[in-house]
Design a binder for this molecule. Structure first.
Ligand SMILES: Nc1ncnc2c1ncn2[C@@H]1O[C@H](COP(=O)(O)OP(=O)(O)OP(=O)(O)O)[C@@H](O)[C@H]1O
Ligand SMILES: [Mg+2]
Length: 482
């Protein structure tokens, strides 16, 4: 049986919508490969499903009619339905039983032509749908276009009963795609493939980490390799892919602030273009941005890659392209990837634990987290200081902490060093340093904690230790091999 992970809310809400006696229109969208079609295929027994193609409106209309004829078991002559209005009217008439669900997938392909699908749809919807209980689901992968459909100036505004953007899985749900793996191994996979279900579903049960990655990602014919190569070009709303690529490369190379990114991408005098590109990619969860903890609203944003698959691609695949093209997969793995993998995982793991704090605070017996970021800068002696996590709970109390992906247990030095850093920062004008010294300390370690560290945490109530196992509160997966 194929696994079905997460998406519980979407599934329940859409099902409820189809069971109501009212006509309803729903919008489901999200990046390519995020699992939209898979989700829609899991909710209803026998919906009408049409997958639009990137072709002319006439061809799409004819294809839809022929699928509708097959589904309803009736004869339909395309020439009788020459407009979308006529097609939608026919759909409402086919609606005789309970729970009729119509799904139009890749809906963006029906838009933007002369014959305005949306206005024809709304005309029929308003006039002829009153006594029907049909659910119409409009699904699409062109995020900006689909978002525009629910904006205030769209004719669909106010007519949509439900809308949701599907997002990639976090580390926890990603690991549920690979339930046969130990936690550390599952975390490596998440670190390399990110949270797009399609990439994770390419991993086979009987393969090891290296074997899987060589097959699906390092091989230039590999499923994930091919998809990543076309990722930017495949986002339909994006036109100038070269500029997107250059910006992505700059961020992947460690440029953090807008001006650095612009100049590294060769777009020095066009910061507004770079800002726009970053915004589009942020909307797709490809880029994340954050500010130093406590920084004012005018201080610069810091950008990073938010999709691990792309990060890995730019760090390891792109620079080894020519060897990979010549099929030297083993040598690339052994000399250019494996020795650096744990260094790569450090920051990836650090970003992952933020999600733990937000999603599993109750399981960790912590208050609700209201903000969580990091801090980097220098103290008054120009010593550089980095705090992996700094944030606040709802109660207003602060927490700080360190995150270690190392393979040896963390000992109390980490705590004493962090306190010294906070004292230094407090003395250097970062007034929150003192508050943090009286707040909580949360330490994450992929390799557990030394006995001394555990004793320290037992003695002091506000030191919380989180191991890799704690980051995976069971999750309905009791058989996982820890
Ligand atoms: N919730 C899930 N649980 C388990 N596997 C999933 C889930 N969602 C998606 N997948 C896997 O990911 C694959 C891709 O998902 P799907 O085709 O639904 O993506 P999509 O968003 O429709 O992409 P596209 O825009 O490219 O059509 C599925 O075939 C399935 O193997
Ligand atoms: Mg799809």
């Amino acid at each position: 049986m194929k696994i079905f992970v997460d998406r519980k809310n979407e599934l329940e809400e859409l099902r409820a919508l189809s069971q109501s006696k009212e006509p309803a229109m729903a919008l489901l969208y999200g990046r390519r490969r995020v699992g939209k079609t898979y989700l829609l295929g899991r909710i209803w027994e026998n919906p009408f499903y049409f997958l639009a193609a990137d072709t002319t409106p006439e061809t799409n209309r004819k294809d839809l009619l022929s699928e509708l004829a097959q589904w309803a078991g009736v004869e339909i002559l395309p020439e009788d339905y020459p407009t979308w209005r006529a097609v939608f009217r026919l759909m409402t008439r086919t609606n005789q039983g309970d729970q009729l669900v119509f799904i139009l997938d890749e809906f963006q392909y029906l838009l933007g032509h002369k014959d305005d699908v949306i206005s024809q749809l709304t005309a029929i919807w308003d006039r002829e749908m009153t006594d029907s209980s049909m659910l119409l689901v409009l699904c699409g992968s062109e995020v900006a276009t689909m978002e525009a459909l629910q904006a205030g100036d769209s004719p669909l505004f106010g007519r949509l009963s439900w809308s949701s953007m599907l997002r990639p899985f976090d580390y926890f749900d990603s690991s549920r795609m690979l339930p046969w793996l130990g936690l550390r191994e599952a975390m490596y996979f998440y670190g390399v493939l990110g949270g797009l279900p399609r990439y994770l579903s390419a991993v086979k049960r009987d393969e090891g980490f290296r074997e899987s990655l060589c097959r699906i990602l390092l091989s230039t014919r590999g499923e994930v390799h091919v998809q990543l190569q076309n990722l930017i070009a495949g986002e339909k709303g994006i036109r100038n892919t070269a500029e997107y690529d250059a910006v992505l490369r700059a961020v992947a190379a460690g440029r953090r602030e807008l001006s650095e990114i612009a100049s590294c991408a060769g777009l020095q005098n066009r910061a507004y273009v770079v800002r726009r590109i970053l915004e589009v990619m942020e909307n797709l969860d490809i880029i994340h941005r954050e500010r130093n903890y406590g920084a004012g609203p005018k201080s610069p944003w810091r950008y990073r890659i938010g999709d691990n698959a792309l990060l890995f691609w730019h760090r390891f695949i792109e620079p080894n392209r020519s060897r990979l093209e010549r099929n030297m997969i083993d040598s690339v793995w052994e000399t250019s990837i494996e020795p650096f993998l744990d260094t790569y995982m450090g920051p990836v793991f650090e970003n992952t634990v933020r999600r733990t704090l937000l999603r599993f605070n109750a399981e960790l017996e912590l208050p609700v987290v209201s903000t969580c970021s990091r801090w980097e800068g220098t103290d008054r002696n120009r010593r550089s200081i980095e705090l992996d996590i700094v944030g606040e709970f709802d109660s207003g109390e602060m927490f700080t902490g360190e995150v270690k992906w190392s393979s040896s247990p963390v000992n109390p030095d980490v705590h004493f060093q962090l306190k010294r850093n906070l004292e230094d920062l407090a003395a250097s004008g970062q007034s929150w340093g003192n508050r943090a010294l009286h707040g909580w300390f949360v330490y994450f370690s992929a390799a557990g904690f030394s006995e001394y560290m555990m004793r320290l945490a037992e003695e002091r109530t506000r030191i919380v230790l989180v191991s890799l196992e704690d980051m995976f509160p069971d999750g309905g997966n009791p058989n996982r091999n820890r």
